[in-house]
Design a protein around this ligand. Sequence first.
Ligand code: FRU
Length: 490
Amino acid sequence: ESAETAYYQEAYRPQFHFTPEEKWMNDPNGLVYHKGVYHLFYQYYPDDTVWGPMHWGHAVSKDMIHWDHKPIALFPDEHGYIFSGSAVVDENNTSGFGSKDNPALVAIYTYHLIEGEKAGKNDFQTQGIAYSLDNGDTWIKYEGNPVIPNKGVKDFRDPKVFWNDKVDKWTMLLVAGDHLQIWESPNLIDWQYKSEFGRNQGAHGGVWECPDLFSFKVEGTDEVKWVLLISINPGAPNGGSGTQYFIGDFDGTTFTSDQKDERWIDLGRDNYAGVTYNNVPSNERIFIGWMSNWDYARDTPTEKWRSAMTLPRKLSLQKTGDSYELFNYPLKGFDDLLEKEPARNLTVASQGVSEIPFENYNQSDLQFRTGESLFELTYKNSLEEQVVINVDRTTMTMTLNRANSGKTDFHESFADPLQKMKLPNLPEGEVGFRIIMDSSSIEIFVNGGQYAMTSQLFPNENYNALEIKNMDQKEMTINDFQLSKVKSIW
Ligand code: FRU
């Protein structure tokens, strides 16, 4: 064990999720693949474990699982703190910052001028750009910043930029309080407003944040649909921060959707501000979220650092019945970390309980399939702390209860309310369940990621038993039950 990895011994330090070595982190930023590596930038405050003047922290990885920490990429300047945004590779040197031989990596982010905010102005958020010619190691801010000034929109931020083949230009998504704006540019410098979406659609319990937009071929068909991600805070169904999605169409300048219901990428309390990678060579759509919630993000009981990212997840669009469903599921590559035991089939008597001990559930991956409709899974430890997952397919509901999961009293809203997830479009019959637990998190995927629930947990001792309770009047059958230890990434 080296000095750099000593921090993996710290209480609650995730063993296979990305965390900063120290201090405060929030949103993932600038997710882009370039020259063989996946970049992960993130909202970072290097001087404290609570939110403060924002920088972009930086890490790189070949597989989005093992990460190398890099020096801070972007520091605040006279235009303000560096808020969330994205990064692109300017292959055709449209900006003139690089060359065709050495294309610039360009970061597009929000400037937040704290003095302006404190003075009660509404124009304190603007959009800026910076570029790197050495694969993200050093950055040069564009001298003409900001590239999009602010005409008095209080919340005006989180630019996501991508190359848009339909118009042969760069498209920028921006949020403006209660709606999305779409802008366009030939060169990443000169931007033109094009359209808006959402003033009267979707959830509006809080400000819209961190937009993303991408297309999919609906699996098994030739149909193409677009998906818009919008994070909101507060206003998530289980309280505080959450990420909703809209399925619709994009003609190159305008996004439309006739979706009536509210959809959420994850119904757990701790998956926020997630966005996807640009330029992934396999063309997969890969998502990473921030595993926390603004309700209590500043109060979680870790000492040297605060918060982690979700596992990287592959998104896909599938059709069940008449409904399009956005699936999110851990990347296949994650399976390389699993020390798999052979899969087995189990039965639990009617109204019975089966207990499965395991050395350390806080470093485990559990997968199984079942068609049963009334059961409960309880992870336990010797301190009688527990986390309870209840599945009731008669009411199409799953709940997660972390009220007695360990440390919960650092913030009144952490243990309450019960996290509830409706499963309205779950197909009939046997479906897969997958539960991945790290030192301080649980990620639950139902039916290959049709429904997901991500939640932080702070047990005072690792969980070492799993209880499966059959609440039905008949024997419960569980197929392909496979419990694996997850290797540490260091
Ligand atoms: C989302 C967010 C963004 C903003 C950033 C500031 O969590 O509020 O809208 O850019 O965090 O750190």
